[in-house]
Design a protein around this ligand. Structure first.
Ligand SMILES: [Zn+2]
Length: 340
């Protein structure tokens, strides 16, 4: 049975300057949503209803800047009879507050859970706004604790304060109430309003710890940054080998998925071309950098020469590719000389 994919959408919350694709599923069109520092906290954000109870905030495809103000990672929420489950919190405390207001436009049911798929700022820096909601339970990867104690946090907070100013006011690192960890690919399940949410430990393929959320009865899979759509991937503090393993695991474990929702780019229906595209990019770069290491080519020239011409038109290729090559070269060096 095919999922009835809705793309009803709340034009009224977009301002004139915004450019919003007609739909947020299976499209290569990307949104341009301008966020103003002067916008009130009570102004909802544009959202799409992409399945009967599933709402999606399709974010800008960009690095954080003064125009998107941290609205450059997707978020979404699921409405059940007993309350709402929010997946990811957007990139600043201010956007977190606006996400709560957006949920309020759809339903007055309480927000019962916030699941943080990983700790990168564009997904998690709005979490502090949710911390204050009565009765909420925040679910995160056990790697969150390591992230909160790392040097990455103060550095990225300082950077965002510099470019986003007051939008970062009130920022605090948020410790989840429920930590998902243990064995790789094990899961923590909860049920709300007759819907089961299985939250999987998908290893640290992209960050200090990554989660995949399976909305079991609806066969909707929130994959976070396990595959990127409408943009190139970014390897910063994850692991490329773990990313390929996790994609293999995902393909085997959820063959009946009807709708996949990534952390960047539009949602997708089968056969999920974004998954293959992300996989082949990572594999190709591992092969290329591995060959460079084997041939004794130094890091600098291997990175300089790396160029995937067929990716040039893909958003964020030019920003990310050399960084990815640099990261993967060093991984391959470790793997080849020291066996991982
Ligand atoms: Zn991301």
């Amino acid at each position: 049975m095919r999922l009835a994919v809705c793309s009803l959408f709340a034009l009224s919350f977009a301002s004139h300057a915004d450019r919003l694709p007609q739909q947020a599923v299976d499209t290569v069109e990307v949104p341009e949503i301008i966020i103003s520092g002067r916008d009130s906290d009570s102004k909802p954000l544009p959202y799409y209803r992409i399945a009967p109870d599933v709402y999606f905030l399709y974010a800008n495809i960009a690095e954080v800047d003064g125009k998107n103000r941290g609205f450059n990672g997707n978020a979404g929420f699921v409405v059940t009879d007993e309350g709402v489950v929010v997946i990811d919190s957007l990139g600043t405390p201010k956007l977190g507050r606006r996400l709560i207001v957006t949920v309020r436009k759809v339903t007055d049911k309480p927000i019962r859970y916030l699941i943080l798929t990983h700790n990168h700022p564009d997904h998690s820096y709005g979490a502090v706004a949710f911390r204050r909601l009565p009765g909420i339970r925040i679910v995160g990867h056990v790697g969150t604790l390591e992230y909160l104690g790392s040097d990455n946090l103060p550095a990225s907070v300082a950077f965002r304060r510099r470019i986003l100013g007051a939008d970062m006011k009130g920022f605090e690192g948020v410790e989840p109430d429920i930590l998902v960890g243990g064995e790789i690919y094990s899961h923590y399940d909860f049920t709300l309003g007759g819907k089961t949410f299985a939250v999987y430990n998908a290893d640290h393929h992209h960050s200090f710890g990554d989660l995949v959320v399976h909305q079991v009865e609806d066969r909707v899979l929130w994959i976070s940054d396990l595959a990127f759509n409408n943009r190139s991937t970014f390897m910063g503090d994850g692991h490329s080998g773990a990313a390929l393993e996790a994609i293999d695991w995902m393909r085997k474990t959820f063959p009946d998925t009807r709708l996949m929702i990534p952390g960047h780019g539009s949602a997708q229906t089968p056969p999920f071309p974004m998954v293959e595209k992300t996989y082949s990019y990572i594999q190709r770069l591992r092969d290329e950098m591995g060959a460079a290491v084997e041939a004794g080519q130094d890091l600098e020239s291997a990175v300089r020469l790396s160029d995937f011409a067929d990716w040039h038109a893909t958003p964020l290729y030019h920003e990310n590719h050399k960084k990815n090559a640099n990261f993967i070269y060093r991984e391959m060096e470790q793997e080849i000389y020291f066996g991982k």
